[in-house]
Design a protein around this ligand. Structure first.
Ligand code: 13P
Length: 248
């Protein structure tokens, strides 16, 4: 059985005050949560979150990393720096990074490798745009995004990789994929892994992301191949986030 994972992606939304309130709110409701819970904070807040979640079940993640371990890369952050703040996860290849910052699948694969080399668990995001879905290219796009990583790090590395299927048209739009649409995409991804290794296909967590909220989380997470969620907007309010965490 795959344990449900609920990860919050705060994106570029935080202040010292809001982080304090949000984490204390989450911690106050964790006793009823059975899912694994991760919060992916913006870099400047990693230290603050690290201190707040000490001795709790909540895990810390970052939202991006550079492929290099150190050096003259002004403005960039390495896997080791992220680890230094107690983070165990890092989001890689989010669609906002692919579309706004030109991250290609080969670069995303390098970032996955850099994360794994530092013992961070990458949360590898994949997903199609509306145009790609409407022209029937969903499977081609998702297969390319995943196969590029398999070719780069090997299928065995997926023992330590979490996949997040995030259809771009559902992100921040309030338009969630239907459970049928999401389950079909998740099954496609699992079958793709199965072609390389059956046991890895069975054990890999595939999270859904895209307007998941307290109202639709249960229906989505009950689908056979949906193992949790990567949550944007609804991860910014403790009670909404906790309601999703309680589903698992
Ligand atoms: P929303 O939940 O705000 O749609 O964002 C999803 C997402 O991009 C998580 O990474």
């Amino acid at each position: 059985m795959r344990r449900t994972i609920v990860a919050g992606n705060w994106k570029m939304n935080a202040s010292k005050e809001s982080v304090n309130k949000l984490i204390l709110g989450i911690l106050s409701g964790m006793s009823e949560v059975r899912s694994e819970v991760v919060v992916c904070a913006p870099f400047p807040y990693l230290s603050q979150v690290e201190a707040l979640i000490t001795h709790s079940q909540v895990k810390l993640g970052a939202q991006n990393l550079n492929t290099n371990s150190s050096g003259a890369f002004t403005g960039e952050v390495s896997a080791n720096m992220i680890k230094d703040f107690g983070a165990r996860h890092v989001i890689v290849g989010h669609s906002e990074r692919r579309s706004l910052y030109g991250e290609t699948s080969p670069l995303v694969a390098e970032k996955v490798k850099a994360a794994l080399d530092s013992d961070l668990t990458p949360i590898l995001c994949v997903g199609e745009s509306l145009e790609q879905r409407e022209s029937g290219e969903t499977e081609i796009v998702v297969a390319e995004q995943i196969n590029t990583v398999i070719e780069s790090v090997g299928i065995d590395a997926f023992r330590n990789i979490i996949i997040a299927y995030e259809p771009v048209w559902a992100i921040g739009t309030g338009k969630t994929a239907s459970p049928e649409q999401a389950q079909a995409a998740h099954l496609f991804i699992r079958d793709l892994l199965r072609k390389s290794n059956e046991s890895i296909a069975q054990s890999t967590h595939i999270l859904y992301g895209g307007s998941m909220n307290a109202g639709n989380a249960k229906e989505l997470i009950s689908c056979a191949d949906i193992d949790g969620g990567l949550i944007g907007g609804a991860a910014l309010k403790a009670e909404d986030f906790l309601q999703i965490c309680r589903v698992g």
